[in-house]
Design a protein around this ligand. Structure first.
Ligand code: NAD
Ligand code: LMR
Length: 313
């Protein structure tokens, strides 16, 4: 029997991440190749015409899984009945800015959209905040939507996680799918700590630690970390626009693993409500290693990084 459609909200859907993300969702990249979806797209009135153009293209693409499209500038209409909310709406930073520099513009959006979500989304709606500063916006959303369980509000650090996998794969000239269990600790900002101390690579003779294969601690403790920390800025410098296809893909990875589960023996990085694990401040949205099962994430414990530990050292 065909599954009931899942309603997925994308805010800022007329923007560049939105344009990359909505076809991925409509193709089943986020929720599975057998999961019908209804897309809810929200943007602001100046972008209404562009939003309607995206809707026209979605119709023209004739996606078999796409069972409906709501394109609106009304937050209540956009949020009504949604099961998954991907919050992309806001302003990106420009060259020379830090992500916190867009805080004054973006945080107010998350205050106002929190109540629309709280009042109109489906019960147990899973929320992913992408817009920067992502951890702060997610925390604001949580504070202003107190009836949404804290465990349902997350932010995107999967892009940083994927960037770390990509760097290791390039350094070792191995398939990225053979690299796993990097960790992004902290904020989606240049203060994050990309950690390879538990990461492994599948080789013909079994799984090997990344540190053993790379054999270059100076690179792992230096250039690797700064490259991942600064990758967003490098992309802005190169494209004159911030990352979009990789951000959209990471958003799909985040929701897919949260809803459908992480593979056995693998964790991923998600910005989640901190319970104080690893001495991270309790109550903030912080990126940890997590596994997911039955639609719930759990922080992986015992992955302190010893002498490299950014939290306890
Ligand atoms: P963009 O400017 O192309 O698109 C943003 C869209 O949001 C625009 O269409 C804009 O009209 C819309 N918008 C503005 N205010 C809104 C509101 N109140 N409600 C609904 N929509 C609203 O930007 P983009 O490149 O798509 O980036 C979006 C955000 O995602 C930025 O803040 C960017 O910094 C962030 N980002 C985060 C990550 C991450 O890994 N967490 C990665 C890439 C980008
Ligand atoms: C990214 O990491 O690519 C995004 O957060 C965009 C940015 O401002 O760096």
């Amino acid at each position: 029997m065909a599954k009931e459609p899942v309603r997925v909200l994308v805010t800022g859907a007329a923007g560049q991440i939105g344009y990359a993300l909505v076809p991925m969702i409509a193709r089943g990249v986020m929720l599975g190749a057998d999961q019908p979806v209804i897309l809810h797209m929200l943007d602001i009135p100046p972008a209404a015409e562009a939003l309607n153009g995206v809707k026209m293209e979605l119709v023209d693409a004739a996606f078999p899984l796409l069972k409906g499209v709501v394109a609106t500038t009304d937050a209540v209409e956009a949020c009504t009945g949604v099961n998954v909310a991907v919050m992309v709406g806001g302003f990106p930073r420009k060259e020379g800015m830090e992500r916190k520099d867009v805080m004054s513009k973006n945080v107010s959006i998350y205050k106002s959209q929190a109540s629309a979500l709280e009042q109109h989304a489906a019960p147990n709606c899973k929320v992913l905040v992408v817009a920067n500063p992502a951890n702060t916006n997610a925390l604001i959303l949580k504070e202003f939507a107190p009836s949404i369980p804290a465990k349902n509000i997350t932010c995107l650090t999967r892009l940083d996680h994927n960037r770390a996998l990509g760097q290791i794969s390039e350094k070792l000239n191995v398939q990225v799918s053979d690299v796993k269990n990097v960790i992004i600790w902290g904020n989606h900002s240049s203060t994050q700590y990309p950690d390879v101390n538990h990461a492994t690579v599948m080789t013909p003779s079994g799984e090997k630690p990344v540190r053993e294969l790379v054999k270059d601690d100076a690179w792992l403790n230096g250039e690797f970390i700064t490259t991942v920390q600064q990758r967003g800025a490098a992309i802005i410098k190169a494209r004159k626009l911030s990352s979009a296809l990789s951000a959209a893909s990471a958003a799909c990875d985040h929701i897919r693993d949260w809803v459908l589960g992480t593979p056995e023996g693998t964790w991923v990085s998600m910005g989640v409500y901190s319970d104080g694990s690893y001495n991270a401040p309790a109550g903030v949205i912080y990126s940890f290693p997590v596994t997911c099962k039955n639609g719930e994430w759990t922080i992986v414990q015992g992955k302190n990084t010893g002498k490299y530990d950014p939290i306890t050292c």
